[in-house]
Design a protein around this ligand. Structure first.
Ligand code: PLP
Length: 388
């Protein structure tokens, strides 16, 4: 094992297992041990491991065209842009490879719009505990505790306010403000919902002030919350939306989506070698078509309620705290700060759950997880929490 991973750069603490195979809600390691996966690549494998939908799209497209370079249009790029524009009601879609890249694009687009339409305004109000990625600008935009002191100097132009505090947003606005950027549910922070009233008020205020609203839907988008986009629960329409994770169902695919009045990039402003490549875009089309099909999102919402109720029953029985989140993005508040230990014990017993903070577990199963698999997860989790 040590020899096998010798040259892998150590940027994350990983358990001493090497994963070799995945199918649906299950993963296998090199020793043949099976794990019930309620992390799914951090809410990435929206249709489960190696979904036939993803495999078929990869297979069909790879025999036709993989990458013709971003210098040319390709069919899946155009089709996915169409699907995302139709689903969101927004106008223009730029395809890229990671959530951080999509958010970098959103920041650049907002700055360009500010230069053109708000006398050079460039500052973006973001939220404490928010997470927007690990590039320099997206780390600067994020409000993750401890990050302010890292990799100095940061990219300037971000002003943080407490999450979901409309008065704090209003106080933070200056003539330099161009946008407010936030996650409808803060995922990495531990699954905290912004609240529909707050989002509606934020939309009203940003519109009244003539500044942009950017929704980072990288974790919440493409069906995760039981709606196509997390902001739909509040009935608002952001000016810019970013997507990633579940959009590709496991392959690297992300998108920057802009309303027509904001979409002001000119040739050369944005680009990247792999952006919009035919192979990843074809997978995105298959994933979005599957999730947009009639009844799919109702099932996500229903299984979300089932998981919520099962977690709540354990929490009530064992004296743990609330269950937070929406759809199939949920967290369980633990009574002790032992989430990392619980997550390690779960791994030992063949269950993968994530601990985004010392006192919370996060559950992000595939969107096609079955009620039987949810029951099995709860059966594995209960004794671990009984002994924690
Ligand atoms: N934004 C949100 C809300 C995220 O949850 C993440 C990843 O966890 C990102 C951005 C960054 O995406 P990526 O890791 O694909 O760069």
């Amino acid at each position: 094992m040590n020899e096998q991973i010798r040259h892998v750069m150590k940027v994350a603490e990983r358990p001493p297992v090497v994963m070799v195979k995945g199918e649906g809600s299950w993963l296998w390691d090199a020793q043949g041990k099976r794990y019930l996966d309620f992390i799914q690549g951090w809410a990435v494998n929206s249709l489960g491991h190696s979904s036939p939908v993803v495999l078929d799209a990869l297979h069909a497209q790879s025999r036709r065209l993989i990458n013709c370079s971003p210098a040319y249009y390709n069919e899946p790029m155009a089709r996915l842009a169409d699907l995302v524009a139709t689903a969101s009601g927004l106008a223009d879609v730029y395809l890229c490879n990671s959530g951080a890249e999509a958010n970098e694009g959103a920041i650049k687009l907002a700055r360009k719009w500010g230069a053109r339409h708000r006398h050079g305004a460039f500052e973006i109000i973001t939220m404490d505990h928010g997470f927007h990625g690990r590039t320099l600008a997206t780390m600067s935009a994020s409000g993750k505790p401890g990050w302010d002191a890292m990799f100095e100097p940061k990219v300037p132009g971000f002003r943080k306010v407490p999450f979901a505090d409309i008065e704090a947003v209003k106080r933070a606005v200056t003539p330099s403000t161009v946008a407010v950027m936030l996650e409808p549910i803060q995922g990495e922070a531990g699954v905290f919902v912004a609240g529909d009233d707050f989002l509606r008020e934020l939309r009203r205020v940003t519109r009244a002030l003539g500044i942009l609203l950017i929704a980072d839907e990288i974790q919440t988008g493409i069906g995760r919350t039981g709606r196509m986009f997390g902001y739909e629960h509040a009935g608002i329409d952001p000016d810019i939306v970013t997507l990633g994770k579940g959009l590709g169902g496991g392959v690297p695919l992300a998108a920057l989506v802009a309303a027509e009045h904001v979409s002001c990039f000119e040739y050369g402003d944005q680009g990247g070698t792999f952006g919009g490549n035919a192979l990843m875009a074809a997978v995105g089309c298959a994933v979005v078509e599957t999730i947009a099909a009639s009844g799919f999102l109702d099932d996500v919402a229903e299984r979300g309620r089932y998981l919520h109720d099962g977690l709540q029953a354990i929490a009530t029985d064992l004296g743990h705290g609330e269950v937070r989140g929406r759809g199939l993005l949920l967290a369980l508040q633990l009574k002790n700060r032992d989430a990392a230990k619980v997550s390690r014990s779960a791994l030992d017993r063949g269950l993968l759950v994530n601990a985004p903070r010392p006192d919370s577990l996060r559950f992000m199963p595939s969107l096609v997880v079955s009620c039987d698999e949810i029951d099995e997860m709860l059966k594995l989790l209960r004794p671990i929490l009984e002994h924690s």
